[in-house]
Design a binder for this molecule. Structure first.
Ligand code: PPE
Length: 315
């Protein structure tokens, strides 16, 4: 599953060739997981490439950095520019954008004080997160045996590299056991989220998602889906979810930048609802893809157009 390369990566204010975007092996981040990052999608709309909710993603990046006391050497506006320019310079249309802020090379030792804060932005094509058929056919998931991190251990609100060790344990177990993904419970046994996705349930026509205090990432797709669902006239609710509610829900689906809106057709081999893509999930998918693909007007101002000419002048 090698990734598709693009030409250039933005590294600390400059574009470098993809193969030259390297760090020292004694960089703090490699030893202690000291990074914060984002995942953003750019879609090819009729009006050209457009980045989904760029401002909100970079805002979350600044929150993640703040939580870990990392002083960003660039303004939010400069990092947003770097994202736009990276898409433009690589002449990409549909792609995934990965900004990463990390503690670089100066000394080894847990104490991070004095490590340089480095920033990179890469953009590259990335297909469907859970397989080509996932969006139309749905996926089978299990409840992972690893819990999400407890409150006051690793902050779930920060999208930090180290958090993804927990995600990797969940993912490896799921794949090994023949599932597309794992859903994690929190330390109290309530439903949290997937290894890299937020979770929604449909209960008798009402849309439910787990709240921030169940160790979830405050997903930007989650917020968008909550808003779109309200606009479609659904009752929406953030609610603590016991595991067994997943088994008896009418529909269950994942949301996330990578996963988009992906239906879940079974949990622990128990069929969810009718075992296919439910009507509410379909309606949400339609509303979401309508906007990101530019087929309906961008009434919320969620899309940032990538204009090649302006970006190339800066590159
Ligand atoms: N929870 C987790 C733990 C998570 O990693 C993501 C995004 C979400 C929820 C959804 O958040 P949002 O993208 O803002 O709607 N996961 C990113 C990383 C995936 C990866 O494998 O890398 C993503 O979807 O880009």
């Amino acid at each position: 599953m090698a990734m598709t390369k693009s030409e250039k990566i933005w590294m600390n204010g400059q574009f470098v060739a993809w193969d030259d975007a390297k760090v020292h092996v004694l960089s703090h981040v490699l030893h202690y997981g000291s990074s914060v990052f984002e995942g953003i999608r750019c879609y090819n709309t009729k009006q050209g490439p457009a980045i989904f909710r760029l401002g909100e993603h970079i805002e979350r990046l600044t929150y993640s950095a703040k939580i870990y006391r990392m002083k960003l050497p660039y303004s939010s506006e400069q990092i947003e520019r770097a994202c736009i320019d990276t898409v433009a310079t690589n002449r990409l249309a549909e792609c995934y954008i990965r900004p990463l802020v990390y503690r670089g090379y100066s000394h080894v030792g847990v104490n991070p004080i004095g490590t340089p804060i480095e920033v990179m932005v890469a953009a590259y094509p990335w297909g469907k997160y859970l397989g080509d058929d996932a969006l139309t056919k749905g996926v089978a998931v299990k409840i992972g045996t690893w819990a999400r991190m407890a409150p006051n251990t690793l902050p779930a609100m920060a999208k930090a590299g180290g958090n993804y060790l927990n995600s990797q344990l969940l993912k490896l177990e799921a794949v090994e056991d023949g599932y597309a993904e794992a859903i994690a419970l929190d330390v109290n046994g309530y439903v949290s989220e997937g290894s890299g996705e937020n979770l929604f349930l449909v209960l008798k026509g009402e849309l439910v998602t787990t709240p921030l205090h169940n160790s979830i990432l405050a997903g930007i797709t989650r917020a968008s889906v909550l808003q779109l669902a309200r606009e479609l006239g659904y009752h929406v609710r953030e609610m603590v979810v016991p595991r067994e509610l997943l088994y008896v829900a009418d529909e269950v689906f994942f949301t996330g930048t990578a996963v988009e809106v992906t239906p879940i057709t079974s949990v622990d081999r128990i069929t969810v609802g009718a075992g296919d893509v439910g009507p509410v999930t379909k309606a949400i998918q339609q509303a979401f893809f309508g906007i990101v693909h530019g087929d309906v007007p961008d009434r919320h101002g969620w899309l940032t157009k990538v204009t090649r000419v302006a970006a190339q002048a800066r590159a």
